[in-house]
Design a protein around this ligand. Sequence first.
Ligand SMILES: *[C@@H]1O[C@H](CO)[C@@H](O)[C@H](O)[C@H]1NC(C)=O
Length: 719
Amino acid sequence: MFPKSYFTPFIALLLLLPNNTSAQCSATCPPLESGVPVASLCQGDVFSSSQSSTSYSTCYPSTGPASINFADLATSYDFIVVANYFVGCNAGRRESGVYAYSSQKLHDLHPNVVFVSTVKGGGCTSWSKTYKDFAESTFDYTVTSMPITVSDNDYSLRDSLFTSPFPHPSYVILDSSLTVRYKFVGPCCGHESYTECSIDTATTLDDTLTSVLDELLDSVTASPTPAPDTSTSSPTPAPAEVTLSPTSSPTQADLWSEWSPCSVSCGEGSSFRFHNPSPSIIESKTCTAPNSCPTYTAALTYTTIASSLNKPMDVAFHPAPGTHLGAISETRSFPTSGLEAWVANSGNHSVSIVPGINTASTTTISRRDRGYYHYNTNVAAISFNTVSDSGRDEEKDTFGYFATCQNNPNNYLGTKESNFFMGPSLYDSRPTNRNIVNLAGEQCGDDEVCYFLHADMLHEAPNCVGIVHDPERMTAYGSVFFQIDGWNEQIVRFDFQQPHGPGSMQHAVASVRRFPENPIKPSLEHHAGMAIDAATGLLYFSDYGGGVVRVMNSKSGENARTARSEYPIFSSRLPSFEYSIYECADHKVWADVEEPTGLAIDGGRLYVASGGNSIQVFDLETGVKLFNVDTTTTYENIQGLTVGDDGAIYFVDSVANELVKLEVDVGDDVESPRNPEWTSFLSDNNDLSIKGVNCRMNLYSTKSTSTQVTPATTKQWQL
Ligand SMILES: *[C@@H]1O[C@H](CO)[C@@H](O)[C@H](O)[C@H]1NC(C)=O
């Protein structure tokens, strides 16, 4: 059942199953869904986005290159064939075996053609072993070097080359200018199981590849490119093994590195050493610098920016003020300059937009989703995609989108039994394209009351208490958010990938990864702050019940197994929907903070509200507390907070119902207590400070299948 020991049976489950497989295997490009063309690479288009120079690590063959990038492949080969597979697609597994045979055979015949296979959803190594074995036993042909298999973990190749709803399995053939010469759907598309796609059907892939390549190769035979010797060629040289350079080389007897210098040049810090030859094993101890740190007394200035909020839990700044409201909305005029704060009101499931901060015309307007009782019920957190210079294709970039997190098990304001089908809602904050609608659901005009219309929603984290956008640059859309599932007490990563857009309910294209190894104790009465340091990818988050701030490397962890059997409420059964459990992410306790709530990173510092009545300010690099801001008697229920471009702290108080600007003056410039020698030790040694300790992944579910309950009734809930 949905985990948590005292949970009673849930009653509803929404399954969005395909009903028309032939339409789903249409090779129309751009692919169509409800008649709206999707920006996509079609025959004749050039694969020139930032992804073509991105390096992708490979999992097969083991003797091949450790990573590839398409720009480099194009300089060595006349044609690049790329296959698109999902690990959960069983018919695709059959087809990938034919591809392995066909690609080895055709590559042996035409060494100027290279074959790439991209796998999504984990299990890259075992998947490629399966298709190699199948190819060799079925076709009696030795498979040695093809296809080069890439683990497309971020879905960036799928989203660039095979933009959904283009079906799968599918293929593109690129020439040496990275122009798409042919794009097609594989013969097993639409078949549900491995055996349902017969070997004969699957083998037609070989006929298609052979005839298309014959034709394409005819066009280049006049000026053949010298064929690279693939048995040894590595388009990208394998990166050298990571070599650690410990300050003293350990002997047999001494397997530990020297202790690092103390992290601080004043006050108390920490020192660590690492094991050789297993440098992921770390030992640390506290250390004290000879001098104590200066103490700072903070002089505080409070300004109420907005009042009469409704149990506000979080605040975030819009990265492009004026975008949403414009100069006029709902017959009111609004300032478009100054900072623009968005407040999540848990009390009436609304957002208060506060434009014109630091101008004379600050004002507030409250707005809700038309279906607020589901999409924003008891909203507990809000976060924007603020990455303005991602280099992504403009049509795909989700800059200025925001997501909200709902602290509710999906009971429709208490009118229905909880079904736990709840998760983050995604919105495009631009007011066009039905992103805001009137009560009738039509594009909202300037003279009527407007409502948000969501761009996407995922459903795997009930009772969410915190959310943050991931400023990564690998994915094609930039719609990755981490949030805290307060029901299961876990960190969950949601990649919305391609938003389904207003008016659609397509949830089959997304990836959701659970990180159960962070032992958190969220409070359902409080907001949990989360922040990602864009420079390092480190995710910091408040653990209210644990009394600590934790940190996890958002780029670490590995796909251990599917989440579908252990957490059986999920958005889609289709293999394009990844739902997995990630283990062995690097994480640790970062600081002790009593009852931590709102949290923000700014200018090398981490700000965290504690006990509702103080804000503690830490040096981000060393974790040393710089000073404390005491708000007792003025504000005692601080929930979410953030730091404005003006350097002031902005927080919401859920009892005072206010958004407050807090300017802190500590007299002098506060200096970082960081010890430069410690920093150089860290960078000399590959930044080992938060690596996991000898983690082994649990590849199989520990729950026996007999405990998995099939829902007694399947009821369609209104979304
Ligand atoms: C939510 O509550 C606040 C405070 O009472 C109110 O000003 C606002 O208009 C409400 N919002 C909506 C959409 O009803």
